[in-house]
Design a protein around this ligand. Structure first.
Ligand SMILES: [Zn+2]
Length: 643
């Protein structure tokens, strides 16, 4: 099915190389480096049945998983882009390394001691014959150990003080491998040369600078954070200035671009966070090394940070691969920013380019601009967790901040705020989301005529995106469905459930019919669910063309009918293969959201009830609370497993 990658390509590296790796070693690596284990370091895999697993392909951009791994055969294959191979070719492709380098990385991982055969028949198991990239990884690892040891020396008192002032004790420093680079120009270089590394390798690895007269250490007198890749290999360092007489002004220095270190993809803390990111379906992006540390220590174990650059598309790809599975709307990325200004600038960028994941993007900012590290020092671990819990959808944050500067108590201020915000809202590409935020903008600004704002936004977006497009359909176009004040993620979940009910009613089956229409938070969606129930439910339907017409006959308003027509044709976010599970999991998720909302209200009632004077009512509410909690747990399981 796919071309065999591996054995027949060995000849390409063998020529011109100082030695070749024994076939027996390569066979042993294929044996010991399990394909699901290795791929699982980069991509979240889930059971796909039939002894195979699947996830989002790391080699092409996709929204539903077509990347399959078959552990029993040690192979991977993507049905989307047709790439495939074994564990070695996977590392070659994903790390952009040669066959020999991939073998070396895997050998380190599974503890196989490689034996190189040179042309003269001699043998050697380490040292200069290893590929340069592998030697750079080893040099970086040795440097990280060296720096960590230096943190205990008298010279590093300023470094220890820096950590102490930020609430990091020795155990925290060790957990993150924090270290100190001595102030002399060549302490690290001498150490690494003694360990058998060459100037060539440590210069290429970014640890040492060539210099005009002689090579010298890149980092001097700084607090050092080792930066690791997904597999946990040290690929570079972040270094903070500690001394006033530092010859380099920059507060933070990073490893320059090297074959190991690409700042557009590295994320500090990702090695520690990746499992939790996959498990919790959430990633928290903070601004600095100390923020990552503070978050993890405070229990926000999904925190990562970019290193010396803004968060970009390549960073997003790394996180999405860890986050996502077949439920495209499930993952959540939360950005924290130091203060409103930084947040606003970043939020405005969300309106540019690809907005596919923006509905899953949130912003968490402490009103007084404190970062997670300061927050933890001042107010403790709980304050950091609360900061993340108070996240707001990115669009909401961007739009409300854009109108915050205006005096909304006077008509002139409201007009100016609208003039300013309407072009912004008009740039939201998802039509349903755009209408929804237009409606909310009217509320935030206090504009009396909601519909007028929606129409202005639609007008502004039409001018921008398709000047010569067909004129809008009269009548229907001006109708705005009522979605209430519903979180966009909930709206998205409801839309998926209704798409399935309208397009594939037989699949939605009794599980959909069991769902109380009240589970739909959006009034428009609730009306559609009621219309479906009034039409006899989905379980009896085969999904013929008459079905949507029947539902249309029962919806209360033309605006709601517009939503039905749209959902009846909008693509469902799953392929036929995974659709049955997708249906169960979307409906369970929706039901779970409803149960969660009821839990909140039961809890509030319980707090208002006095257990002594009104014991009967209290016990009844308590019983209700317990059964809702257990229902929520079951639904969460179903939502995750799709079974
Ligand atoms: Zn692919």
């Amino acid at each position: 099915m796919w071309r065999a990658v591996g054995a027949d390509r060995r000849s390409t590296y063998a020529t011109g190389m100082p030695g070749r790796i024994r076939d027996a070693d390569i066979a042993e690596i294929r044996e010991r480096a399990t394909i699901d284990g290795v791929v699982g370091e980069y991509v979240s895999l889930r059971n796909a049945g039939g002894g195979s697993m699947k996830g989002l392909c790391p080699f092409h951009d996709e929204r539903s998983p077509s990347f399959h791994v078959t552990p029993a055969r040690g192979l991977w294959y993507c049905f989307g882009c047709g790439e495939g191979g074994d564990v070695i070719s996977f590392i070659e492709r994903i790390e952009h390394v040669s066959f020999a380098e991939a073998v070396e990385r895997l050998a380190d991982r599974v503890g196989v001691q490689l034996v190189y055969e040179d042309s003269g028949g001699g043998r050697s198991s380490r040292g200069p014959q290893r590929e340069q990239r592998t030697r750079m990884v080893e040099a970086n690892k040795a440097a990280a150990e060296y720096y960590a040891d230096q943190l205990a020396t008298p010279e590093a008192v300023a470094a220890r003080q820096f950590l102490d002032e930020r609430g990091f004790d020795r155990a925290a420093a060790e957990h993150f491998g924090v270290g100190f680079s001595p102030r002399t120009g060549e302490a690290l270089r001498q150490h690494l040369l003694r360990r058998g590394f060459s100037d060539e390798d440590i210069i290429a690895g970014g640890l040492v600078v060539a210099g005009q007269r002689s090579p010298y250490d890149r980092f001097r007198g700084r607090l050092m954070w080792p930066i690791r890749d997904l597999m946990g290999a040290v690929v570079g360092f972040g270094a903070r200035r500690l001394f006033d007489d530092d010859r380099i002004d920059a507060k933070y220095l990073n490893t320059p671009e090297t074959p190991l270190y690409r700042k557009s993809t590295v994320l500090y803390g990702v090695d520690l966070a990746k499992k939790e990111i996959a498990r919790q379906s959430r990633a928290v992006v903070v601004e600095g090394y100390t923020d990552v540390m503070a978050c993890h220590l405070a229990g926000v174990t999904t925190a990562v940070a970019t290193c010396g650059t803004a968060f970009g598309d390549d960073h997003a790809k790394v996180l999405r691969r860890l986050l996502m599975d077949q439920d495209e709307f499930r993952g959540e990325v939360v950005f924290t920013f130091d203060g409103d200004e930084a947040g606003k600038k970043a939020a405005l960028r969300a309106f540019e380019g690809d907005q596919r994941f923006v509905a899953q993007t949130y912003v968490a900012i402490e009103p007084d601009g404190r970062d997670p590290c300061d927050l933890r020092v001042d107010d403790g671990d709980a304050a950091v967790r609360e900061l993340v819990a108070r996240r707001r959808p990115l669009f909401e944050f961007a739009i409300t901040s854009s109108v915050a500067a205006y005096d909304l108590d006077v008509p002139e201020g409201r007009t100016q705020a609208l003039d300013h915000a309407i072009p912004l809202v008009a740039r939201i590409k998802d039509h349903a989301l755009r209408d929804e935020y237009a409606r909310r903008l009217a509320g935030w600004v206090g504009a009396p005529d909601e519909l007028a704002v929606v129409q202005r936004v639609r007008g502004a977006s039409g001018v921008r995106s398709r000047r010569a497009a067909a004129p809008p359909v009269e009548g229907q176009h001006a109708l705005v469905p009522d979605h209430g004040d519903v979180d966009p993620q909930v709206l998205a979940a409801e839309r998926e459930a209704l798409k399935v009910a309208l397009q594939r009613p037989a699949l939605a089956g009794p599980f959909f019919d069991d769902l109380d229409p009240a589970a739909f938070a959006s009034p428009a969606h609730r009306a559609i669910a009621e219309a479906i129930a009034a039409s006899g439910g989905v379980a009896t339907q085969s999904g013929g063309p008459g079905w949507v017409q029947t539902v249309l006959g029962s919806v209360p308003t033309e605006a709601t009918a517009g939503v039905v027509r749209e959902l009846a044709v909008a693509p469902i976010a799953a392929d036929d293969d995974s659709l049955p599970r997708y249906v169960v999991s979307s409906l369970a998720r929706l039901h779970g959201m409803w149960v969660s909302r009821r839990l909140v209200s039961v809890k509030a009632k319980l707090q208002r009830t006095d257990p002594e004077s009104d014991a009967a009512a209290y016990n009844k509410l308590f019983g209700e609370l317990m059964s809702l909690e257990s229902m929520r747990r079951d639904l969460r399981e179903r939502a995750i497993s799709g079974l």
